[in-house]
Write a new protein. Structure first.
Length: 241
């Protein structure tokens, strides 16, 4: 369905540069080599073999209900996401977003589609530096591919919020203040938080806290990739699994 909607126009694969017609912009052979995330916990998206110790979300459940990501944050996904975020490679972000859309369509069940997609906002420094918010571009492409509404203004960040890119997992988890606020108080029933990478889940938990306070009953987290514990074999599935 997604391929039919997006058409079958020949264009270079973002990885091997060979002409291809896949809707996501990655040719079929390259898709098979990508580190698709193995199936795991539906709440945090951690593959079951790694869902233990500090990474067992049963010990401290996330504030959101479901988490879906397409890839393990590993080569070449990590490099593509960094190019998308920091080097203006918008084609990479678009391609990975359509891969995520394929996964969402594949796993869609009754009631899984949200009423609204909201991107995690960037700090003002990052927006000025990049000229765009990566999560907003992901949300926009997902909204178009899945025919869902999205809003770049529903969620805002306080001007004093610090960039967490270089913070450790523990520093993120220990952050006491919630840097986000909502610009609306009347909420749809179901919502999806859109981000690029799921790491400690601290950011998504802060967003989910604000949404719960506003009365949201069902909150999902959608992201391009999931970071895994050091030394983890992601045990990747193929897109057709």
């Amino acid at each position: 369905m997604l391929r039919r909607l997006l058409g079958a126009v020949k264009r270079p694969c973002i990885l091997c540069d060979q002409n291809q017609t896949e809707a996501c912009g990655v040719c079929a052979p390259c898709q098979k080599d990508l580190p698709w995330l193995a199936r795991g916990c539906p709440r945090c998206a951690m593959p079951w073999p790694s869902h233990k110790g500090l990474y067992n979300c049963f010990n401290q459940p996330p504030r959101f209900n479901l988490c879906q990501t397409a890839f393990a944050y590993d080569f070449p996904i990590k490099q593509l996401i960094l190019e998308f975020k920091d080097q203006g490679n918008l084609a990479a972000g678009h391609a990975l977003t359509l891969c995520l859309a394929q996964c969402i369509v594949r796993d869609a069940g009754p009631g899984i589609m949200p009423d609204l997609l909201i991107p995690v906002p960037s700090t003002w420094r990052k927006r000025r530096q990049r000229g765009y918010n990566p999560a907003a571009l992901i949300a926009k492409d997902l909204a178009r591919a899945l025919n869902r509404p999205w809003s770049p203004k529903f969620l805002k960040t306080h001007p004093t919020r610090q960039d967490r890119k270089h913070q450790s997992r523990q520093q993120r988890l220990n952050a006491a203040t919630n840097p986000f606020y909502l610009t609306r108080t009347k909420a749809p029933c179901q919502i999806a938080i859109i981000d690029d990478v799921v790491t400690s889940m601290a950011t998504a938990n802060h967003v989910a806290d604000r949404l719960q306070q506003a009365g949201f009953s069902h909150i999902s987290l959608w992201a391009l990739a999931r970071s895994l514990p050091p030394g983890t074999n992601n045990g990747a599935n193929t897109i057709d699994d």
